[in-house]
Design a protein around this ligand. Structure first.
Ligand code: HEC
Length: 139
C-alpha cells in the first residue's frame, strides 16, 4: 500500500477512534491541573444537616438535573445531548475518587464539560449542594 494512502487510513482511524470515545466510552475522571492543595483538602465549614441536604437537593434539582439527571446518574435530557460522558454520581467509585474540596472546586470553577457556577450561589449554598450530592451514593 502506498505510504500516502496508509497515512490517510491511519488518520481516518484516529478520527473515528476519537469520535467513538466521545460518544460511547464511559466517563473517566481527569486530574485537576490548577487546584491548590488548600482547595483540594477543604471541607464544608458546617456539617450536613437534614435542612442543608434538603436545600442542596432543591438547588441540584433546579440547576444540575438537566445534565446530571434526577438521581445524578448522568442521564439528564441536556446531558444526553452532550458528546462528553457525564459521571454517574450514584457510583461509589465516582464518589470516592473526589474529595469534597475537589467537588466544590469543580462546581465553582467548572471542569472540561462542566460549567463553573461559582458566582451563582454563596459558598454556604454550594456546600449544601455537595452535601446533597454525597447522599446520592448508592452504597
Ligand atoms: C451543561 C451541563 C451540566 C450542568 C448544568 C451541570 N453539569 Fe456537572 N458536569 C457536566 C459534565 C459534562 C461533567 C463531566 C466533566 C468531565 O468530563 O470531567 C460534569 C461533572 C461534574 C462534577 C465532577 C464529577 C467528578 O467526579 O469529576 C461535579 C461535582 C458536578 N458536575 C457537579 C454539578 C453540579 C452540582 C451542578 C449544578 C449546580 C452541575 N454539575 C451542573 C455537565 C453539567
Amino acid at each position: 500500500m502506498p505510504v500516502v494512502r496508509f497515512r490517510l487510513l491511519l488518520a481516518t482511524m484516529s478520527v473515528l477512534g476519537t469520535v467513538s470515545c466521545a460518544t460511547r466510552s464511559p466517563w473517566v475522571p481527569d486530574a485537576l491541573p490548577d487546584i491548590t492543595l488548600e482547595e483540594r483538602t477543604r471541607t464544608s465549614p458546617a456539617p450536613p444537616t437534614p435542612e442543608s441536604i434538603a436545600r442542596g437537593g432543591e438547588l441540584f434539582h433546579a440547576a444540575c438535573t438537566p445534565c446530571h439527571g434526577k438521581k445524578g446518574r448522568g442521564n439528564g435530557e441536556t446531558g444526553k445531548l452532550l458528546s462528553l460522558r457525564l459521571p454517574d454520581l450514584t457510583n461509589s467509585k465516582v464518589q470516592t475518587q473526589r474529595s469534597d474540596g475537589e467537588m466544590f472546586y469543580i462546581l465553582t470553577h467548572g471542569h472540561r464539560g462542566m460549567p463553573g457556577q461559582g458566582d451563582r450561589w454563596p459558598e454556604e449554598e454550594r456546600w449544601s449542594i455537595i452535601q446533597f450530592m454525597r447522599t446520592l451514593d448508592d452504597r
